[in-house]
Design a protein around this ligand. Structure first.
Ligand SMILES: NC(=O)c1ccc[n+]([C@@H]2O[C@H](COP(=O)([O-])OP(=O)(O)OC[C@H]3O[C@@H](n4cnc5c(N)ncnc54)[C@H](OP(=O)(O)O)[C@@H]3O)[C@@H](O)[C@H]2O)c1
Length: 371
């Protein structure tokens, strides 16, 4: 039986920390093959292995080593793009590439809160993908985004609680790994033996993004959830894995065993059978008092499983727990790949060079799937 040809993927920001993780996770992907790499003018013109300061634990895939790095302004031979650009570059580059016909699957924060752009977590809010069908500002392509890395861990724990009990309010304090700052990121002299009690812009993302992700899709628009979130963030000297200390109050009264059961039973809205990168367990719940820990649990489920531990009553809100998310996989590259898989499964990832400027772009079969 002949296999469907793989879709051609380009990566913007391919030399950075998330770009490298995308390259590693996409190696031998059943649906996608990397055919274009782009970064800044500093890297353009070089073969990839000379442009990138490679940080992944396996060597650069053979098929990637000698691809010439381009800039986003060059001709990019691909059907769709992953973007791992910094936010200010993304704000300029992503719309123009979408308008040139590319579906852009972005890690950057630039358009996450744009009402026309889905802030997508396929195992949590797959129906929000419908928003890509109507983005006149970016047509004939579109932009779809994944959340901030700490938000990705928080919403994975909030979704089952919201469905079962409703969420009244959240307090969260994060201890975020240095890989979250990209490469070279924070200076060793600033972070070794130290904790930095702020990451500019991060608290606002944690306070706003969960409400959009857990919002309701009504008449092709998202009505955000209303619970308040109070966030405090810190940068700590771990490498991978953001830890979140969460307190939550619920709309419906529940005892601790019910809350534990709901978190333990949660499987999300997708399975690995549907999308290759979907975790079979989006959450794992630990017993005992010493987990989760970044070194022990960040790689759970290939980095796509969020780990919860220390679930207990809270004297101020109702319950508290500690959650751990792999920030560059579940919180970045793995999340973007899962988004691309969801959109590909709905026939949405081809280059849209044929569609007229400004038109909306859903194929009839996808519009049916969205209803
Ligand atoms: N790290 C995480 O845990 C994480 C999690 C979630 C989301 N994100 C988001 O993902 C994005 C990438 O993060 P990162 O940690 O991978 O950053 P990074 O390591 O600093 O990489 C930035 C990439 O963007 C490229 N670039 C910079 N300026 C450019 C320009 N003017 N034109 C084209 N390319 C340009 C760089 O290319 P050169 O090498 O040529 O300079 C590099 O490839 C950011 O928006 C970040 O907020 C990161």
């Amino acid at each position: 039986m002949s296999q469907k040809p793989r879709l051609k993927a380009g990566i913007l920001g391919a030399t950075g920390s998330v770009g490298q993780k995308l390259i590693r996770l996409l190696d031998r992907h059943p649906w996608f093959e990397i055919t274009a790499l782009a970064a800044s003018a500093r890297s353009a013109g070089l073969p990839y292995h000379k442009a990138a300061h490679w940080l992944e634990p396996t060597s650069i895939p053979e098929a990637i080593r000698d691809i010439e790095v381009k800039t986003p302004d060059d001709d990019l031979d691909c059907d769709f793009l992953f973007s791992a650009l910094d936010s200010s570059t993304a704000r300029e580059v992503e719309p123009s590439l979408a308008r040139a016909g590319f579906p852009v699957i972005s890690n950057a924060s630039a358009f996450r809160m744009d009402p026309a752009v889905p802030l997508l977590v396929p195992d949590i809010n797959p129906s929000h993908a419908e928003l890509v069908c109507n983005q006149p500002d970016f047509a004939p392509g579109f932009i779809a985004t994944n959340p901030n890395c700490a938000t990705a861990g928080l919403v994975a724990t909030l979704k089952p609680l919201d469905v079962a009990f409703g969420i009244e309010a959240i307090e969260v304090t994060t201890l975020q790994a240095v890989s979250g700052a990209g490469y070279p990121g924070v200076s060793a002299l600033d972070i070794m033996g130290n904790i930095i009690p702020n990451i500019p812009g991060e608290e606002e993302k944690l306070e706003e993004e969960p409400k959009k992700i857990l919002g309701r899709l009504e008449n092709s628009a998202i009505t955000p959830n209303v619970f308040p979130v109070s966030a405090q963030v810190t940068r700590v000297p771990t490498v991978d894995g953001h830890l979140l200390c969460v307190s939550v109050s619920l709309r419906r009264r529940a005892d601790i065993s019910e809350v534990r059961q709901v978190l333990t039973d949660y499987r999300g809205e997708l399975t690995h059978d549907e999308l290759p990168s979907a975790p079979s367990h989006p959450l794992q719940v630990l017993n005992g008092e010493v987990g989760p820990q970044p070194r022990l649990h960040a790689d759970a489920g290939g980095g796509m499983t969020v780990t919860v531990g220390r679930l207990r009553p809270c004297r101020v809100l109702d319950f508290r727990y500690v959650a751990l998310v792999h920030n560059t996989i579940r919180g970045a590259a793995g999340a973007a790949i899962l988004n691309a898989e969801l959109l590909a499964s709905r026939g949405l990832l081809s280059h849209r060079s044929q569609a007229p400027q400004g038109s909306t772009l859903c194929e009839p079969e996808y519009q049916r799937a969205c209803i």
